[in-house]
Design a protein around this ligand. Structure first.
Ligand SMILES: C[S@@+](CC[C@H](N)C(=O)[O-])C[C@H]1O[C@@H](n2cnc3c(N)ncnc32)[C@H](O)[C@@H]1O
Length: 210
């Protein structure tokens, strides 16, 4: 899944929902305070999470494999006057373009796109400070509520095989989080009633142990 043009349709300026700030903040701050932290967001898309959370941290970097997503993220941050604290670069789980380490690595709705999960975990570990935290949000399987109509069963474009592959990818993603041994799983949430709106996201919080 390395076609940047494919991903840009998942990013758009309309996705900002200020009510989500409190949700993300409370999930994260149950375990780690955001104050004073250096954060990197992998698969940042249009920079949505930076818009919700960067005001609480010391420094926010976002990276994405899609140059078009980074362009949109930069425009969004400029329009919100957050450029002092937030910066976006092209990069990926396997190519983190920095020579510094981070206190928190966050990734929302993106891990399931990366095929090389063990490479991703090794790289994340390398760029995380000792006892740093990793936070994954992922969608949960549902045949509605996706931006791509191929995944929405109420759409004429719904494609069973595309949906099946998405579910397989998501299951691989949850399993990779559970089965890796570089981090301790300190919190995890899988919604019991499956739906794909953002109140029903899976999340996992991991702490570096090696
Ligand atoms: C569904 S969007 C999520 C965007 C944003 N994190 C959010 O929650 O709104 C997935 C993003 O992951 C990016 N992506 C896909 N594969 C990636 C990889 N291997 N490394 C970094 N980013 C990747 C895509 O370009 C896309 O912007």
């Amino acid at each position: 899944m390395n076609n940047p043009d494919f991903y840009v349709k998942y990013t758009n300026k309309g996705s900002l929902n200020p009510e989500l700030t409190e949700k993300y903040k409370s999930i994260i701050e149950k375990h780690i305070s955001l104050e004073g932290k250096n954060v990197i967001d992998i698969g940042c898309g249009d920079g949505r999470l930076a818009m919700y959370l960067s005001e609480f941290v010391s420094n926010w970097n976002g990276i994405d494999i899609s140059p078009d997503a980074i362009k949109v993220a930069r425009e969004n941050i400029k329009s919100l006057n957050l450029e002092d604290k937030v910066a976006f670069e092209i990069g990926s789980f396997l190519d983190i373009p920095f020579d510094k380490k981070f206190d928190i690595i966050i990734s929302s709705n993106s891990l399931h796109f990366e095929d090389d999960k063990s490479g991703a975990f090794e790289n994340i570990n390398r760029f995380l400070n000792d006892e740093g935290y990793v936070i994954f949000f992922e969608p949960t399987p549902s045949a509605k509520g996706w931006r791509s109509n191929k995944l929405n069963e109420d759409s004429e474009e719904f494609d069973k095989n595309t949906f099946r592959r998405k579910v397989e990818r998501l299951n691989k993603s949850y399993n990779s989080i559970k089965s890796q041994d570089l981090f301790e799983l300190v919190d995890e949430y899988m919604p019991s009633s499956i739906s794909n709106n953002e109140g029903r996201q899976y999340f996992a919080i991991l702490r570096k142990v090696k």
